[in-house]
Design a protein around this ligand. Structure first.
Ligand SMILES: [Zn+2]
Ligand SMILES: [Zn+2]
Length: 260
């Protein structure tokens, strides 16, 4: 069982949901023996998310053996909670990823804004980031915590031990929330060149019995499934034997397929 639950077919708005374009993603999934693909567009494209189109294309005989799911990746900000709750209820999503991409108005993971790290105290940046992740967890709005340690994207690391000060207190909350943490391989294609979360953090997740899922964060068919073999081997090494899938916002546990 191999899943990719973090896929952007609209990318950053440059593509459209056509049968051909969705089919392209599904074919790439089949090529890599992915058995479930979960589309997860950024919430600012909600009017362009066509859940019916995905299900229609995926039901073609040529894609038998591959299940398609439609979720959403939400840009979490505390002041958006009511809005998020309202739009999540409007479409039949299979899963919702809660992600932090902004500290206040600063889009810290956007390449045009990475200079922000050079004018701020990195420890404070990390503290602020994880306090927002805490809000994602306590909001009860989402199924999956998106790219848990995205704040490392450009390679700026805190002097403090982030695991001890910022993250450990969160792990109990994640566990009791019932949320799943995604193993997101997008970081391998960024300057930090690491999976989100790091292996150290992944071990903490395992110790706390926190379930995981997998996502490539592909914004193009060429990136679909990228790094998932490495991610599978890492989670296996850490001790995980199961992975979470979703349907209609319900969790379904599957055995992990180890790739070589
Ligand atoms: Zn994201
Ligand atoms: Zn994403």
């Amino acid at each position: 069982m191999l899943v990719d639950y973090h896929v952007h077919a609209l990318a950053h708005g440059e593509y459209e949901y056509s049968s051909e374009w969705i089919g392209e993603y599904l074919r790439r999934a089949q090529d890599q023996n992915i058995t479930q693909i979960g589309f997860s567009e950024h919430d600012w494209f909600i009017p362009r998310i066509d859940t019916d189109k995905v299900r229609e294309v995926a039901s073609k005989p040529e894609f038998s053996g591959l299940d398609a799911r439609v979720g959403i990746e939400v840009d979490y900000k505390p002041e958006r909670e009511a809005e998020i709750s309202a739009f999540l209820a409007q479409k039949p999503y299979d899963f919702a990823i809660g992600s932090v991409h902004h500290l206040g108005e600063w889009p810290f993971d956007h390449p045009d804004h990475k200079e922000g790290f050079t004018v701020r105290d990195i420890d404070e940046v990390y503290r602020d980031y994880y306090s927002l992740i805490g809000r994602v967890v306590s909001s009860n709005l989402f199924d999956i915590v998106g790219h848990l340690d995205l704040i490392k994207v450009w390679g700026f690391k805190p002097t403090a031990h982030q695991e001890n000060f910022f993250i450990k207190p969160l792990l109990h909350e994640i566990r009791s929330s019932g949320m799943v943490v995604e193993i997101n391989t997008g970081g391998l294609r960024k300057p930090v060149k690491e999976i989100y979360p790091s292996e150290v953090l992944l071990r903490d997740l395992f110790t706390h019995n926190i379930p995981i899922t997998l996502g490539s964060d592909a914004h193009h068919p060429d990136d679909l499934g990228s790094g998932l073999a490495e991610a599978c081997n890492t989670v296996w090494k850490v001790g995980y034997r199961t992975i979470m899938g979703f349907a209609w916002r319900k969790k379904i546990l599957y055995p992990i397929t180890r790739l070589r």
